[in-house]
Design a protein around this ligand. Structure first.
Ligand code: PLP
Length: 498
């Protein structure tokens, strides 16, 4: 299967090339030239598939230039003892029609592990296939979740190095500790005395510095970004939606032919797009419910057909969804415009120039046929955590709580109470301040030390902390370097010996 650019101004490429380059040279995102057929992925005809077997079948449909043995090797390395449960992504039903798809049992306790545990292995296999004998250097600026997930994914993968810059005072104490204690002989974690935008600008400057790229090539190295627009991050995310379907059928919440709804707390539109592609592949989904926090640009887009990034940016309790430009949306535009790259170029041009574009009525109708949208503000997020704990004795992290609030709104607005799955994107203990405030009250949450607060939350609720988080205070700090934003290039040079 070949991959084409959403902007239509580049030749089709192989899956290996799409993965290695991430973004197409015309600025577009890669898509399969023809969408595959997934009828064989059915819990009623093929029950009992393990997560790994399901992953093997789905990856084989999309990454056809990889052999089955190559894919199986990658999957074997990605999904094993590094997850806290053999189910990898278990579904917890809180009542007969509502389940939480827990995507946080991986090494960093957030859903990005599902893609980033696999991607490094796919990238190195793709590089071998292209006979690129260059070291892959992953360069990341992070506001928290992505950096740690990339570090864990690339840790000790031969032929790779990973360098992560984080804003020294811009991540939570847990996130910082997760990164500064990172193990692995090829991992480099550096604090930046600036905010996230400065760290990101520093990384972008290196990516676009052609002289630097030439120096890298001469030294046998090449940069990779592995960010969420990479096709290799999207495909692994289809697997858990199928796994959820299989689970609903196994516990008899769903009969053959019946459909279910899925609710996804959304930022860059990657996770929910994977659910949409799952539906194209045969997943029996009815509505895709897009949940945003106060940065509700996607809610407005789905409700009105207008994408408008000209608005106030809010820092919220669900920081991984604090996004105003959802880059993966461009892939959905391809379907909404019925495969019209000229129209996509026009929309993306308008977005860049004016910060805004508007779908046609027909496109908006197509969008609303598949998607429903809502959002939660800070008070509503806290109330949702409290409500779910009171009702079901189940702890939600603030991102997942946004999803739950929007699910309740959907029920009320439509009366559509068919079975639903809410994607639970992080462990509550990863964002324990917001959770403790909701469940234990503001006073109890005044505890200054985040690790002490985590223990308090666990003791008060009887919910166990993930072992990887509970053990953090005892892990030795291995990365202490902090640099000014202006010194980032120099730092990368030193790390790479250039
Ligand atoms: C990244 C992230 C999201 C948003 O996912 P997208 O694919 O960007 O829409 C939601 N919740 C958590 C915890 C995340 O880390």
């Amino acid at each position: 299967m070949r991959y084409i650019s959403t902007r239509g101004q580049y030749r089709p490429v192989t899956a290996a090339e799409a993965l290695l380059t991430g973004l197409a040279p015309d600025g577009g995102l890669y898509l399969p030239e023809e969408f595959p057929e997934g009828a064989a992925l059915n819990p009623f005809t093929a029950p009992g598939l393990t997560y790994q077997q399901l992953a093997g079948r789905i990856l084989a449909l999309f990454l056809s230039d990889f052999s089955r043995a190559e894919l199986e090797e990658c999957i074997h390395q990605a999904y094993g003892g590094n997850f806290a449960t053999p189910a990898i992504t278990p579904v917890t039903m809180v009542d007969a029609k509502l389940g939480f798809l827990e995507l946080w049992h991986g090494p960093t306790c957030a859903f990005k592990d599902l893609a980033l545990q696999l991607l490094p292995h796919l990238l190195t296999a793709a590089a071998r296939k292209k006979r690129l004998d260059r070291e892959i250097v992953l360069l990341v600026a992070t506001s928290g979740d992505t950096g740690k997930a990339a570090l864990e994914g690339f840790k000790d993968v031969p032929g790779t190095k990973v360098i992560v810059f984080y804003p020294e005072d811009g991540v939570s104490a847990v996130q910082k500790r997760q990164m500064t204690t990172q193990e692995g002989n090829n991992t480099f974690v550096v604090g930046v005395t600036g905010n996230f935008d400065q760290a990101q600008a520093g990384v972008k400057a290196l990516f676009t510095n052609e002289a630097f790229q030439r120096e890298m090539a001469a030294a046998g190295k090449t940069f990779s970004s592995a960010n969420s627009i990479n096709w290799g991050r999207l495909v692994p995310q289809l697997v858990y939606y199928f796994k959820a379907w299989f689970a609903l059928c196994q516990n008899h919440s769903l009969a053959p032919g019946e459909t279910f709804n899925v609710v996804v707390p959304t930022g860059n539109f990657g996770n929910i797009l994977a659910a949409y592609y799952g539906k194209k592949l045969g997943l029996r989904l009815h509505k895709l419910i897009c949940a945003s926090n106060r940065n509700n640009v996607l809610t407005e887009f789905i409700q009105t057909g207008v994408y408008n990034r000209n608005r106030q940016f809010y820092q919220t309790l669900s920081p991984s969804m604090d996004i105003l430009v959802s880059s993966n949306l461009e892939r959905l535009l391809y379907d909404l415009t019925e495969a019209d790259p000229a129209q996509i170029r026009a929309y993306m041009g308008q977005l860049q120039r004016t910060g805004c574009y508007r779908l046609t009525a027909a496109q908006q109708e197509r969008l609303q046929e598949e998607f429903w949208a809502g959002f939660a503000d800070e008070g509503e997020t806290t109330a949702a955590i409290k409500d779910v704990y009171a009702r079901y004795h189940y702890l939600l992290d603030p991102h997942t709580a946004v999803g739950y609030k929007v699910y309740r709104d959907y029920l009320e607005a439509t009366g559509d109470d068919r079975p639903a799955i809410i994607a639970s994107t992080a462990s509550p203990f990863k964002f324990n301040r917001g959770v403790a405030e909701a469940v234990l009250g503001a006073e109890a949450a005044e505890e200054a030390d985040e690790f002490a607060l985590m223990k308090k939350l666990s003791a008060a609720t009887g919910v166990a902390m993930p072992a990887v988080l509970a053990g953090l205070p005892d892990q030795p700090v291995r990365h202490r370097q902090v640099v000014a934003p202006a010194a980032m290039e120099e730092t990368v040079r030193r790390i790479l010996g250039l």
